[in-house]
Design a protein around this ligand. Structure first.
Ligand code: IMP
Ligand code: MG
Length: 178
């Protein structure tokens, strides 16, 4: 699998530094609150699991599965494949996702959570691709910025593969024509 990677965009060491910084920020910002972390499957893992270890707060977790992508292009359709098992009313929510690109997915999720009565909704993403933005949304907590190219690893997939890569990288062109 690692032979398919052309270039490492974010190393495992850089990811670890991002986790420590984001964990400290969230711990400070939510000092007197008990946030509910909502992870968007499947890309939020392993980011969410590793980030939570750096957060020193009483908190709860829940997951949702939404999708807006087929292959490497955004379809613009957001579908709820698996809904939350918890009530979000009056909760302070931090939504966790792997990457903010067009913003359509996260924008739709934020609207949905607000419509269901969430007290506050903030966004935390490992990566941000600002050039890809279509929807009017920004993340409150960002690990790092990446240029507008397709990346895989550490939760990010290409046709469901490469999520288990311990770093973030760009695939060789030949992988797409396989
Ligand atoms: P958005 O609605 O366009 O912001 O889509 C965000 C979702 O698209 C992410 O949660 C990813 O699943 C997927 N995505 C966006 N960019 C990439 C990428 O470079 N690699 C893998 N998945 C991506
Ligand atoms: Mg995804």
């Amino acid at each position: 699998m690692k032979n398919d990677i052309k270039k490492v965009s974010v190393s495992a060491e850089q990811i670890e530094e991002m986790l420590i910084r984001l964990g400290n920020q969230i711990t400070n910002d939510y000092k007197n609150q008990e946030p509910l972390f909502i992870g968007l499957l499947k890309g939020c893992n392993p980011f969410m699991v590793d980030l939570l270890k750096h957060i020193d707060l009483y908190c709860t977790v829940a997951y949702m599965d939404v999708s807006s992508y087929a292959g490497t292009k955004s379809t613009g359709n957001v579908r709820i494949n698996h809904d939350l098992d918890t009530n979000v009313e009056d909760k302070d929510i931090i939504v966790i996702d792997d990457i903010l690109d067009t913003g359509r997915t996260l924008n739709a999720v934020v609207q949905l959570l607000k419509a269901r009565g969430a007290k506050s909704v903030k966004l935390c993403v490992l990566l941000d691709k600002p050039e890809g933005r279509v929807a009017p949304i920004e993340a409150d907590y960002v690990g790092g910025l990446v240029p507008n190219e397709f990346v895989v690893g550490y939760g990010l997939d290409y046709n469901e593969k490469y999520r288990n890569l311990p770093y973030i990288g760009v695939l060789k062109e030949e992988v797409y024509s396989k």
